[in-house]
Ligand binder design. Sequence first.
Ligand SMILES: [Zn+2]
Length: 196
Amino acid sequence: MNIKECLLCDENNYPVDTATIGSLIASSGQKHLWNERACGAGGIDTVVVHYMSATAVSPGDPYNFTRLLKIFCDYGVSSHYLINRDGEVYRLVPEEMKAWHAGPSIMPVPDDRTGVNEFSIGIELAATESSGFADAQYEALGGLCVDIEKRYHKKMTRVGHDMVAGERAVALGLRKEPKVDPGPLFDWPRLIRLIG
Ligand SMILES: [Zn+2]
């Protein structure tokens, strides 16, 4: 598994406009966009699939890597992995740390655990609401899931952000707005076939 590292921490010199990822994070008063997992890495048992784009700030180039990285810094959120349209996989947060991707959330019935960030690995796919997902992204995501399950010696529960932070989470009063990613265009059977 070829994974490139671009950590969301104050030591990252990746250039963003006239600044760096590291300086943007430091100027928000943080050292990194993650914290400790109470459960430790041994408690990880779930993968959460998301999509994100920079359409709002960069409509002509919604998958621009720099713009996507800046969104994390601007909003103080994070994800363990980002997979671009070419299927390149970037690690943004060490797996053993808790990334801030799911927000207020609850696992589907009958699991019902809340605070999904605590025990999950978040994976963002560069996509928009209407773009669908590239073949290379399915291949990379499938490969990454296989890699994760091999390393933890267990099958992960795979959920979409919309399954843990959607209408049910709103109805339960956990959050105000439902998340809709990865949405109906994401082909779950295809991912499951790729994982085997
Ligand atoms: Zn999401």
